[in-house]
Design a protein. Structure first.
Length: 115
């Protein structure tokens, strides 16, 4: 069983805390997550063209290497739950959509909806 580190959880909480509702959502929850990872430096050309991707990496969109998507989801679920969180408990999540992709700006997008 994977348990994200306290440091990772705290760092994420500091970034999302300002969006939390006054009271945690108590109903059934749909959670949509998008994890955007940077493209590895080895995929880029060198010298004055280092800002350009090598041809063989131009069409890669999905991030299919570590970290595992279920571990990314667990980190978010652990951070958003609790009496001072976004939801009461992660067992409320009845519907889940999660994707890992490559992009220019690394980020995690979180949408929490009552269903």
């Amino acid at each position: 069983m994977y348990d994200p580190s306290a440091k990772d959880k705290k760092q994420m909480w500091l970034q999302i805390a300002r969006f939390k509702p006054k009271q945690p959502l108590a109903g059934d929850i749909m959670l949509k997550l998008l994890f955007v990872f940077p493209k590895p430096k080895s995929w880029h050309r060198t010298g004055k063209f280092k800002h350009l991707l090598k041809d063989e990496f131009k069409t890669i969109y999905w991030h299919s290497t570590k970290p595992d998507i279920d571990n990314c989801v667990k980190l978010v679920a652990d951070v958003i739950q609790g009496k001072n969180g976004f939801i009461v408990d992660d067992s409320q999540v009845c519907r889940l959509q999660a994707e890992k992709v490559y992009g220019k700006t690394p980020r995690t997008e979180i949408i929490i909806e009552e269903i």
